[in-house]
Design a protein around this ligand. Structure first.
Ligand SMILES: [Zn+2]
Length: 121
């Protein structure tokens, strides 16, 4: 079993708390991302570049909105919206990349803090 040392970021979508999983290669096999709207997980492939991860995150958010709002829109339109929103964020300097970075678990932080304390003595 793999010990997860990182706490994954979450994003609230229409009141649902979605976990943003950026580490699973298996769950996104062959794709850049996947939205699991029953378990509330957005998977972003770890194998793609930062820009593509951000664009994919926007895409998967739109996929979740489509499901929860029962929107009758084609996948092609989701891609157009993804590109549109990505461009707006980029052109206006709005950085959402922090949503892709896992936080170290509190336990690790505590250990680091303790180490620092020891070094200071
Ligand atoms: Zn899609």
């Amino acid at each position: 079993m793999v010990i997860k040392r990182y706490k994954m970021k979450t994003i609230k979508i229409l009141g649902y708390t979605y976990t943003i999983n950026t580490t699973s290669k298996k769950k996104v096999e062959g794709f850049s991302g996947r939205a699991d709207c029953s378990r509330h997980i957005l998977y972003i492939s770890p194998l793609i570049c930062e820009e593509e991860k951000i664009s994919t995150l926007i895409h998967e958010i739109l996929e979740a909105l489509k499901v929860h709002l029962d929107l009758q829109i084609s996948h092609h339109k989701i891609i157009l919206l993804e590109n549109g929103i990505y461009t707006i964020l980029k052109d206006n300097g709005i950085d959402i990349s922090k949503l892709l970075r896992n936080k170290k678990r509190a336990k690790n932080r505590k250990r680091l803090h303790n180490n620092r304390k020891i070094h200071n003595i």
